[in-house]
Design a binder for this molecule. Structure first.
Ligand code: DC
Length: 231
């Protein structure tokens, strides 16, 4: 490690499929380890929302690329300490969580111009702060020199059960088979796109939470990070 490396900020990359618990665990780990949590999925969701709001098909590479220069996408931290997303000045933190935005984000994320457009923003966050950043390509593309890389995953069935529970707790009705189907479809889309597909970096540590509850997953994640960067 040369001097330049030693002085840079700490970065922890957490990648994995949707519903693997990345955000919940990364957010909690950020608190525990005094790191800034960066949810990169939220940034892609903001582009997905922008396309929907402007009546553009999020899968249309040409149309979405044409939208990008006119978009103002910024990230900030509220008094609650949570990451907020702003689209042309409006706080869209809640709006980007809708189901149709998930699907739009996944489509827009497969467009190379979208990924290029958002890369700098993600790298800047890591250059300015000690971060734990979650996404799909953080360890492979965004922060290839991250101090710790974790690939967090769980069987699709386990992720579908967790999602169902989460929706039920919010009082929403949902159907397990539909959720499982959506999860598999998104996995396929994220794993098979030609650019920055979801895959475990060669030097990432695998954390499979299929048979772990939240507390156990958290302990394992913290242990893996602390092993690499110290307590
Ligand atoms: O993590 P999430 O579900 O909020 O992500 C929304 C979509 O954005 C997801 O379908 C994949 C995409 N994404 C990506 O391609 N690269 C990232 N670093 C983060 C998310």
């Amino acid at each position: 490690m040369d001097n330049k490396d030693r002085k840079r900020n700490i970065s922890v990359a957490v990648d994995g499929p949707s519903g693997s618990g990345k955000s919940t665990l990364s957010r909690a780990a950020a608190k525990e380890l005094s790191l800034v949590y960066v949810d990169t999925g939220a940034i892609y969701r903001t582009v997905g929302l922008a396309a929907l709001e402007r009546g553009v098909d999020p899968a249309d590479g040409v149309a979405v690329s044409e939208l990008l220069p006119g978009l103002s996408i910024t990230m900030g931290y509220g008094e609650d300490g949570l990451q907020h997303m702003f689209l042309d000045g409006a706080d869209v933190t809640e709006a980007i969580r809708h189901n149709e935005v998930s699907a739009a984000a996944s489509k827009a994320a497969a467009i190379p111009a979208v990924r290029d457009f958002l890369l700098e923003m993600q790298r800047r966050a890591a250059a300015e702060h000690d971060v734990i950043m979650d996404g799909r390509d953080i360890g492979t593309v965004v922060l290839p020199d991250a101090d710790v890389k974790i690939f967090l995953t769980a069987a699709p069935e386990a992720r579908a059960r967790r999602r169902l529970l989460e929706l039920e707790q919010r009082g929403e009705t949902a159907d397990y088979e539909t959720i499982l189907h959506d999860i598999r479809a998104r996995d396929y889309q994220d794993e098979h796109r030609p650019i920055a597909p979801l895959k475990q970096a060669a030097d990432a540590l695998l954390l499979d939470t299929t048979d772990l509850d939240l507390g156990q997953s958290m302990n394992r994640l913290l242990a893996l990070v602390k092993e690499k960067i110290g307590p």
